[in-house]
Write a protein that binds this ligand. Structure first.
Ligand code: SAM
Length: 314
């Protein structure tokens, strides 16, 4: 993961409202049409959903989020505004096929997925911010997940912790940090963000040139691990072929290089099989003018593809 990507994460912690990224590009590639139905599987604060509903006044959006609080805080008020044009569904997008079957939704005209966490979650939910002292939780849907970040630190062996930090955080001092955690946890359970931030800060050499907090990568790695974020994306993409109608589109925004790699490879594989046609040449990035207004957009990468005609539906 690049310093830019991590810096964006840190900067996002300074904001209390989630600003949607690449809105113009999302509308260009999703290309909402009159009377069509689109699925926003990562509703968050509803910025993209609102843009779609506003751009095409006769389309409908089915908006999902795994974080019930996001739907309550931003979804319910928007429903009052858009009425039946906005349908809210709580759920994990990795179970999309099952969820849509239950709702008797046969197919949609397009899917938008804006992966990762919202700035609201970073500011308001327990465990996400390296700058705010809170219980080391990091679950996006606490009532439906048993394992917290504190549990991972308490129960994983040194090698497992090293792998998490190295593979999911690209943390070069993964080994030293894993060792420091094992040493500390024999004295006291690590259960707050500040405890972890402190342990990491003492375990790694001080780099005065770095603009990011020394524990940023460790926090990111734990969050991805606790929420199974990469596996969820793989499940979503696999099912998108069944859920989006022929000629419909899928638009994905990634903030992490591992997420982007999964999307890129999936699109390429499906294109080779003749099941998808890639619409973006390379990843679409935010323009300098957007990054000036919203530094979080700096690491966003958008890829879009169109479903081919041959795919069997549900
Ligand atoms: C980057 S935010 C999306 C922001 C949104 N596009 C907006 O305009 O406000 C990502 C959202 O996806 C949700 N999310 C993450 N993983 C999910 C999953 N597996 N299933 C459903 N929602 C998920 C998070 O709870 C978060 O609200």
């Amino acid at each position: 993961m690049s310093t830019q990507e991590l810096k964006s994460m840190d900067e996002s912690a300074e904001s209390t409202v989630h600003k949607p990224v690449l809105v113009t590009e999302v509308l260009e590639y999703l290309n909402p049409q009159p009377g069509n139905t689109y699925l926003d599987v990562t509703f968050g604060s509803g910025g993209h959903t609102r843009a779609i509903l506003t751009k095409e006044p006769s389309c409908k959006v089915i908006a999902m989020d795994w974080d019930m609080k996001a739907l309550e805080q931003f979804g319910f008020p928007m429903q009052a505004e858009f009425g039946e044009r906005l349908q809210l569904i709580w759920g994990n997008f990795s179970l999309l096929y099952k969820i849509l079957k239950k709702e008797a939704i046969q197919s949609v005209d397009g899917i938008l997925a804006d992966f990762g966490t919202s700035q609201v979650q970073i500011m308001e939910r327990a465990g996400f911010s390296v700058y705010r002292d809170s219980p080391l939780d990091m679950r996006m849907s606490p009532p439906h997940q048993q394992v917290t970040a504190a549990d991972v630190l308490a129960n994983s062996c040194e090698e497992k912790l090293r792998q998490i930090f190295w593979q999911l955080g690209d943390e070069r001092y993964a080994k030293q940090i894993a060792r420091a955690i094992i040493e500390q946890r024999t004295k006291k359970r690590i259960q707050t963000t500040m405890q972890l931030a402190d342990i990491v800060s003492h375990a790694v050499p001080h780099d005065s040139r770095s603009k990011i907090h020394p524990a940023t990568k460790v926090f990111q790695a734990l969050r991805i691990y606790v929420n199974k974020e990469l596996a969820n994306i793989e499940s979503l993409l696999a099912v998108s072929l069944q859920v989006v109608r022929s000629g419909g589109r899928i638009v994905c925004i990634s903030f992490h290089s591992l997420e982007d790699r999964i999307v890129k490879r999936f699109f390429q594989e499906q294109e080779q099989k003749g099941l998808m046609h890639i619409l973006t040449s390379g990843a679409v990035m935010a323009k300098a003018s957007e990054i000036r207004q919203n530094p979080s957009a700096r690491s966003a990468k958008l890829r879009a593809a169109q479903i081919g005609q041959e795919v069997a539906k549900i």
